[in-house]
Design a protein around this ligand. Structure first.
Ligand code: ADP
Length: 307
């Protein structure tokens, strides 16, 4: 029972003090990230197997990221190291008005240069679910690499999971972002979106407007409000857990991991209410600690919260 996740892998450098711009910050804390990488780590923390596909620079930051994933038991044989560009970095601070300010070091970045030849197709063969996001759909050639992997997974009969994470600033325009995010739906059996993404993508709050030919499940997350799951003919909702949230980074990613692990475990007749309670608990715990990867829960912690 296992998940292969493909996408961006980067380091966030988070300013040590808040209320300053990244230029003013006196120091930064390293935080490994990238939504699909968070999903891969969250899957292993929950006790299933995972692998990660992507590309970083053949530099100390890239090797650090590979070590972080390997230490979490994620299979990194499909992680490539480029000598043509460096690992992507993002400097982040919380400004005085509470807005997060970002400074990306991403043009060019190693993952953007990944081509279809760089995809570890033999790794995809070893898994049941293929997960991807939308950040690697922004620029070629990594967009071509992503589509090549998605289509290969489809041919091999894997279930395809897609999280169209909205990062408007990374796209050339709003229209390009909308078209890019929607394009992944044509291949996905399992779709996870936040309620803000539903509004952005459909212009309404009707998640069913995202339904396409292969769709089997759409899950909409509502932050502290929990989540709603749609199948072809039914709808399930479970409220969120009450926790003291300190940093919501990674909550959506750990929610995805919990959703996928549950679907693998539950087989043909999933108990969708139990699945949503489990995934909500996983997402909630992730908000109670700073950072994404350090906050991802083990199954014991989730069961403790649920009982
Ligand atoms: P995303 O990170 O993709 O925007 P959400 O913020 O909706 O996703 O969070 C994903 C899930 O994590 C939610 O459905 C919920 O289960 C859990 N979660 C997020 N924020 C909170 C919170 N403040 N309190 C409790 N649970 C939360």
């Amino acid at each position: 029972m296992s998940v292969v996740s493909m996408g961006e892998l980067l380091i966030d450098f988070v300013a040590q003090e808040s209320g300053v711009t990244v230029g003013e910050a006196s120091g930064f804390q390293k935080a490994p990230g990238g939504a699909p990488a968070n999903v891969a780590v969250a899957v292993t923390r929950l006790g299933a197997k995972s692998a990660f596909l992507g590309q970083v620079g053949d530099d100390p930051f890239g090797h650090y990221l590979a070590d972080v994933l390997a230490a979490e038991d994620v299979d990194v044989t499909g992680l490539r190291f480029s000598d043509k560009a460096r690992t992507m970095l993002a400097f982040v601070s919380l400004a005085a008005d509470g807005e997060r300010s970002f400074q990306f070091y991403r043009n060019p970045r190693a993952n953007m240069l990944m081509t279809p030849q760089d995809v570890a197709y033999d790794v995809i063969d070893q898994h049941q679910i293929f997960h991807f996001g939308s950040i690697t759909l922004i620029d070629a050639p990594e967009r071509d690499a992503t589509w090549a992997a998605v289509k290969y997974a489809q041919e091999k009969g894997l279930r395809i999971s897609y999280d169209p994470n909205l990062r408007e600033a990374l796209w050339p325009s709003q229209d390009a972002a909308r078209a890019g995010l929607l394009s992944g739906l044509d291949y996905a059996h399992i779709v996870k979106v936040s309620e803000e993404e539903v509004v952005f993508l459909t212009g309404s709050d009707d998640a069913r407007a995202l339904w396409r030919d292969p769709t089997e499940i759409i899950v909409v997350t509502h932050g502290a409000g929990g989540a709603t799951l749609y199948t072809a003919d039914a709808e399930y909702h479970q409220p969120g857990n009450r926790v003291t949230a300190v940093d919501t980074t990674g909550a959506g990613d750990s929610f995805v991991a919990a959703l996928l692990v549950s679907l693998l475990e539950m087989g043909d007749q999933p108990d969708y209410d139990a699945l949503l309670r489990f995934a909500n608990a996983v997402g909630a715990i992730t908000t109670t600690e700073r950072g994404a990867i350090p906050a991802l829960p083990t199954r014991d912690r989730v069961e403790a919260l649920l009982s």
